[in-house]
Design a protein around this ligand. Structure first.
Ligand SMILES: Cc1ncc(C[n+]2csc(CCOP(=O)(O)OP(=O)(O)O)c2C)c(N)n1
Ligand SMILES: [Mg+2]
Length: 329
């Protein structure tokens, strides 16, 4: 684990560290609350939690600028919160209520915000990858210098459409950052059982795409890698691959009994690599914050999450005639 020294070395200010801490904690507490509401029967259908992977989106969003775009899979609550979508609207969508981002008709996997340039939320594994290249194509066509973050998992990385997208993205120099969130499992299948090469980013070489592996549990490493990838894209050099080595603490979805790995494996990750504890250590050891300061942050975040849950419960279910709206764009 990095020490306070690494914060100084990276010239990360106290304010930045506190911001990373706050944003990662918001995702974690939001997801814990979503897990509770699911257990109470208030969230139906699928619900895939992001707990453990928070540093990936928070680090990349810290490097992003206004107008940059993002698209991801069904494990999408963290991405929405990190790009500034309202926790109330996200929670209300999870509970299928009118106040949700898709008026309660989409649920956990299907939310969008054109205002925040968040393009979903996709339940078909890998489907968001060509969509991300399409968003990047639009920016290139319009002649601006925006980039698109296209997130997908280690399992999705084996999809044929990813290979096809790599080829076209490099051929057309599209400003797309392929973010592989390698959390080591695709449902109950460990990467070791499904993939011969342990290095997913290196596959880009077959298409001429540069990339690198990143410690996805270290928000500062993620941000630095994000800045590099963004500079590459904005300079018109085409796509870039970031393989984030990360880990999900919870099951694949809420209905996963998690028989494919040991409790000890998960506990070891939590103890040794937790992304929030890492920043907490930097803050405390660097004397940037006291235990009491961080307790106050925790309290503030819990309040935001409780307010979101209250909003979600109080928002009505969508009216029946909503069945016939929003079918075609
Ligand atoms: C085309 C397709 N095949 C299979 C599934 C079922 N499925 C849903 S998630 C998943 C695993 C994907 O794992 P990964 O890409 O590593 O993402 P993670 O869940 O770890 O975030 C599978 C096989 C699906 N939704 N779509
Ligand atoms: Mg995975």
């Amino acid at each position: 684990m990095a020490t306070a020294k690494s914060a100084k070395k990276s010239n990360t200010s106290k304010e930045e560290l506190l911001e990373h801490y706050r944003e990662m904690l918001l995702i974690r507490r939001f997801e814990e609350k979503a897990g509770q509401l699911y257990g109470m029967g208030l969230i139906g259908g699928f619900c895939h939690l992001y707990i453990g992977q928070e540093a990936v989106v928070v680090g990349l969003e810290a490097a992003a600028e206004e107008g940059d775009k993002r698209v991801t899979s069904y494990r999408d609550h963290g991405h929405m919160l990190a790009c500034g979508m309202d926790p109330k609207g996200v929670m209300a969508e999870l509970t299928g209520r009118e106040g949700g981002y898709s008026k309660g008709k989409g649920g956990s996997m299907h939310m969008f915000s054109t205002e925040k340039h968040f393009y979903g939320g996709h339940g078909i594994v890998g489907a968001q990858v060509p969509i991300g290249a399409g968003l990047a194509f639009a920016d290139k066509y319009l002649g601006n210098d925006r980039v698109t973050f296209t997130y997908f998992g280690d399992g999705a990385a084996n999809q044929g459409q990813v290979a096809e997208t790599y080829n076209m993205a490099e051929l057309w120099d599209l400003p797309v950052i392929f973010v592989i969130e390698n959390n080591q499992y695709a449902m109950g299948t460990s990467m070791k059982r499904a993939t011969k090469s342990p290095s997913l980013w290196e596959r880009g070489a077959a298409y001429g795409i540069e990339g690198e592996e990143v410690d996805g549990m270290d928000v500062l490493a993620v941000k630095a890698a994000g800045e590099k990838a963004i500079a590459h894209c904005r300079a018109g050099k085409g796509p870039y691959i970031l393989e984030m080595k990360t880990y999900r603490y919870r099951g694949h979805s809420m209905s996963d009994p998690a028989k494919y790995r040991t409790r000890e494996e998960v506990q070891k990750m939590r103890d040794e690599k937790d992304p929030i504890e890492h920043v907490r250590d930097l803050l405390i050891q660097g004397k940037h914050a006291s235990e009491d300061d961080l307790k106050a942050v925790d309290k503030e975040i819990k309040q935001i999450v409780n307010d979101a849950a209250d909003f979600a419960r109080e928002s009505p279910e969508p009216a029946l005639d909503e069945l016939w709206t929003d079918i075609y764009a």
